[in-house]
Design a protein around this ligand. Structure first.
Ligand code: NAD
Ligand code: TYD
Length: 364
């Protein structure tokens, strides 16, 4: 067990990468609210998935605690300059290309950002960390359960499950995990890796299953279900993930990996039925014109993993984290957030997003 002195309890100045995306936005809002003496610098390249406007109110109200930097994790000079200016206590690395379907259409960007980008970031952070000589510095790498590949109908992913990624996305995240471990073992950089299951909640870009289905129901568009709809994902409310990340950042042991999951396994079709029922109620649709009639089974995703399920016992036993939010309640709240934020939906659905939807669903 790590000694008390190296456990982070004090004021922190953190570099967050990819904080203008879905989980990063939720993490920054949650953390600044929970730790009123922490400061966050958000380095984000603002790809199609990044939206700094998600945090514009913080930049205005608390500029001394939240600062946005438009830049790329692959720009080592910029990262080193930020370290020189801010003397970061730690890094939380979210920045990535994150969508499996996009990785099938354009895998190279995933290798460039997720693997090479992570290497360049590690390199710059390591240089700065060696100069600072801080024993309590942490580099937290936010990864996915998809690195473990696909499960059959039983079993769970544990931290020692061999990596067996199926898509260019999961392979590139697996590559980034290996790089993070290499920086720990070779250079001693105090890194921690977390592998989390599927998140849901506010601010998720509407290419992922849940926001896509919610918005399609609102617009009476088809709900494309890949294959037989019986693929299983373990769903976790994004704030639970943020809490787990803070726990791992503050109490985690360098060199360790922690699996994070919601213990809420559902088949895709079950989740879609639940969403349809929630929206039917809110939109006052009856059985005759139920949104369930929009469901369309389409050609399966190539290499589609059948089942993901996380054993989160290690982070529970060793660091004391467990999910707080119940799936049905948090899903209903998520639906209400999207209903209340139609301006946000319209804003993020740019021309670029429309082009992507056309490419992805053209041949299905
Ligand atoms: P997202 O796609 O919503 O956000 C990614 C962010 O990274 C965007 O703001 C984008 O502009 C930024 N970015 C991309 N390339 C960059 C670069 N080269 N330099 C700087 N910024 C860059 O992703 P998300 O869903 O918020 O996921 C965040 C992280 O969590 C990812 O690493 C992902 O692999 C991991 N993760 C996601 C889930 C999930 O369910 N969404 C689950 C487990 C792990
Ligand atoms: P997704 O949100 O893309 O996350 P991931 O692939 O990282 O798990 O997809 C979740 C599940 O939903 C996955 O099994 C694929 C399926 N899916 C559909 O059936 N239709 C869709 O339009 C999308 C985007 C996903």
């Amino acid at each position: 067990m790590k000694s008390e002195e190296t456990i982070k309890t004090s004021t922190q100045t953190i570099l967050v990468t990819g904080g203008a995306g879905f989980i990063g936005t939720n993490f920054i809002r949650h953390t600044l609210n929970k730790h009123p003496d922490w400061r966050i610098v958000n380095l984000d390249a603002v790809t199609y998935a990044g939206n700094p406007a998600n945090l514009a109110d913080l930049a205005e109200k608390i500029p001394e605690r939240y600062h946005f930097v438009h830049g790329d994790i692959r720009d080592g000079q910029l990262v080193e300059q930020l370290f020189a200016e801010e003397q970061f206590d730690g890094v939380i690395h979210f920045a990535a290309e994150s969508h499996v379907d996009r990785s099938i259409h354009g895998p190279i960007a995933f290798a460039e950002t997720n693997v090479l980008g992570t290497c360049r970031l590690l390199s710059a952070c390591n240089k700065a960390w060696e100069q600072q000589g801080r024993p309590d510095f942490r580099f937290l790498h936010v990864s996915t359960d998809e690195v473990y590949g696909s499960l059959g109908s039983d079993g769970f992913f544990v931290e020692t499950t061999p990596y067996d990624p199926s898509s260019p996305y999961s392979a590139s995240k697996a590559g980034s995990d290996h790089m993070v471990r290499a920086w720990y073992r070779t250079y001693g950089l105090p890194t921690i890796i977390t592998n989390c299951s599927n998140n849901y909640g506010p601010y998720q870009f509407p290419e992922k299953l849940l926001p896509l289905m919610i918005i399609n129901i609102l617009e009476s568009k088809a709900l494309p279900v890949y294959g037989d709809g019986k693929n299983v994902r373990d769903w976790l409310y994004v704030i639970d993930h943020c809490e787990a990340l803070l726990t791992a950042f503050i109490k985690g042991i360098p060199g360790e990996t922690y699996n994070i999951g919601g213990g809420a396994e559902r088949q895709n079709i079950e989740v879609i039925h639940t969403l349809c029922d929630l929206l039917d109620e809110r939109l006052k649709l009856n059985a005759k014109n139920s949104s369930r009639s929009l469901i369309q089974f389409v050609k399966d995703r190539p290499g589609h993993d059948r089942r993901y399920a996380i054993d989160a016992g290690k982070i529970h036993k060793e660091l004391g984290w467990k999910p707080r939010f119940d799936f049905d309640t948090a899903l209903a709240e998520t639906v209400d957030w999207y209903l209340d934020h139609k301006d946000w939906i319209n804003y993020v659905r740019s021309g670029e997003y429309q082009k992507w939807v056309d490419t992805n669903y053209k041949e299905r």
